[in-house]
Design a protein around this ligand. Sequence first.
Ligand SMILES: Cc1cc2nc3c(=O)[nH]c(=O)nc-3n(C[C@H](O)[C@H](O)[C@H](O)COP(=O)(O)OP(=O)(O)OC[C@H]3O[C@@H](n4cnc5c(N)ncnc54)[C@H](O)[C@@H]3O)c2cc1C
Length: 376
Amino acid sequence: MGERTGRSILIAGAGPTGLALALELARRGFRPRLVSRAAGPAPINESRALGVNARTMTLLEASGASARILADARRLTKFKICSASKLLLTIDTETFRGPYCPIYALPQGETERLLLQRLSAFGIRPEWSTQVQAVSGDVRSPIVMLRHADGQTETVLPDMLIGADGAHSDVRKACGFAFPGDAIESRFFLADYRYAQPVDTSFAEMNLLNPGVLGRLPVREDRLRYVSTIEDFEPRIEHPATVLERTWKSDFTVSFRHVETMSRGNVFLAGDAAHVHSPAGARGMNLGIEDACWLAWLISEGRERDYSKLRMPVVKTVLKDTRRYTAFITLKNPLLTGGRTLLMPLLNQIPGFTAAALRKVSGQDTPPPPWIPDAR
Ligand SMILES: Cc1cc2nc3c(=O)[nH]c(=O)nc-3n(C[C@H](O)[C@H](O)[C@H](O)COP(=O)(O)OP(=O)(O)OC[C@H]3O[C@@H](n4cnc5c(N)ncnc54)[C@H](O)[C@@H]3O)c2cc1C
């Protein structure tokens, strides 16, 4: 075991970020320990994230995860914006150049299971129902108390502690990272439906209801998700086939927060533990996986001190963009919503508009991973 790969690394959280981090470390010869409060991966029927972008596919290629994602996910070939059943704007993703489509649809629960499969090929399994209960000591030498499913506690002194433990991160709180930001007023409502026949899952659509919006997103060959800013949105859905059941219904509010530094001493934060924002743009899970891949590479290079410096500008860019998309979606003023409907068909005529939109959707608007030759 090399000097670097011999360092003890404790990862808190086995969501997409923790799993990707463990996988990227494992393929480079590290043996991280991965603990998670959850009893297992996210239930497939309650998958928050649905979009896996081209940047994530590039990042997960070496571990073999992208090939699995490619086999199971659906390509999104079009984004449509409509109003009163009239098509206002189409963004064709087939114009995007590169080995991958800008974004694929795959429920987060399935993505997590594919990452888990690849991880088990390296002999690493998360310790489920095991949580970080407390962190004490100095951030240079954290002392971590774990609580196992049977209530037993264990004290661990890792060389590095990585908090990939989600938006309410205990590692972040215990290690004194501030998490400034704000929440927006609007609530979002979602419902997933299963149909009797396969439906068209090749596109995502946003319907401007003025007031409010109603989005249609592909989930699986026989499932669609509808998301709206209107609580009573379900009667407005035009189902494309016979409904068998509503598989999930939920609502959520949106906050925009990020830490001011992603590391202190030998404690690092990644994914939702370090930044939360609106799902508009489908960046949350992808950004967490990107953090994980950068951190694993930096650790393998002995350069983990550079992590925060390299990732913070990316986090700030993505938060700024998702805030803009969310403001666009949640417009309420009738003058502004009317203007939005009028302007929409003109966007395709702006030179470079489609290319710029697809660069953002694909996650290629941030610096490419330097360890992957020819990465975009
Ligand atoms: C409605 C909705 C739609 C979304 N759509 C998209 C999308 O299309 N694309 C996209 O990229 N993102 C999307 N997101 C965001 C995405 O779901 C999150 O960004 C993503 O789950 C973050 O992954 P994570 O691993 O950082 O955190 P999480 O998925 O929250 O995982 C954290 C893990 O840490 C564990 N944990 C918590 N506390 C502890 C502890 N003390 N000790 C040990 N373990 C602990 C938890 O059990 C969990 O397993 C969406 C979010 C929502 C709400």
